[in-house]
Write a protein that binds this ligand. Structure first.
Ligand SMILES: [Zn+2]
Length: 185
């Protein structure tokens, strides 16, 4: 994470730090909750590789705090730390990834993660489904030899508690929480 554009900016461009603070950009080491820093929820390999800016808006930052609070409940439930592969996505980053335009990731209201120490993404989804944690969407995403599975947790305001499974094609069969085909959430 040391190569993250935001972090290198805050370290190497000290003269611009005031300007950055004035513009509302938060330091990436800012804790959002006991276990999650802002950096954990904005870091992106794709953004890094493609030089895409992934700075959350003020509204997204507020949502990220709500997301982090829900992820804290997940960590407590699972009893192990989680590994986040994608949290907030700026519109440019979301487009580069090929995400849906309405993805909750663009509002800072979703995270993709795994928890290897607990078990498979399927078992993580089952555990969250059977807990009292309130969410909008819990999606078991992919899980093929080409695309390793992960958990998508959306915490949008609708709080529908939808539990879904995304498969890559209609002929693909595996354990699912609810069969659902969609390009990308
Ligand atoms: Zn996702």
């Amino acid at each position: 994470m040391t190569n993250c554009p935001l972090r290198s900016r805050s370290i190497t461009m000290k003269s611009k730090r005031k300007t950055i603070k004035k513009s509302g950009v938060q330091p990436i080491a800012k804790p959002l909750s006991p276990n999650f820093l802002l950096a954990d929820l904005i870091f992106s390999d794709t953004a890094l590789k493609k030089g895409i800016r992934n700075t959350p808006t003020k509204a997204a930052l507020k949502n990220l705090k709500h997301l982090a609070a829900t992820l804290e409940q997940v960590v407590e439930l699972l009893g192990h730390p989680i590994s986040i592969s994608s949290g907030y996505r700026s519109k440019a980053l979301n487009a580069a990834i090929g995400g849906s335009k309405t993805s909750q990731h663009t509002q800072g209201l979703a995270a993709d993660f795994t928890c290897k120490n607990f078990g498979t993404p399927f078992s993580v989804c089952k555990k969250i489904t059977n807990s009292g944690i309130r969410f909008d969407q819990l999606i078991l995403e992919y899980g093929t030899s080409r695309k390793i599975a992960w958990v998508h947790l959306g915490v949008g305001p609708k709080k529908r508690c939808q539990v879904l499974t995304i498969c890559t094609n209609s002929n693909f069969s595996r354990d699912g929480l609810h069969r659902y085909r969609k390009k990308q959430a």
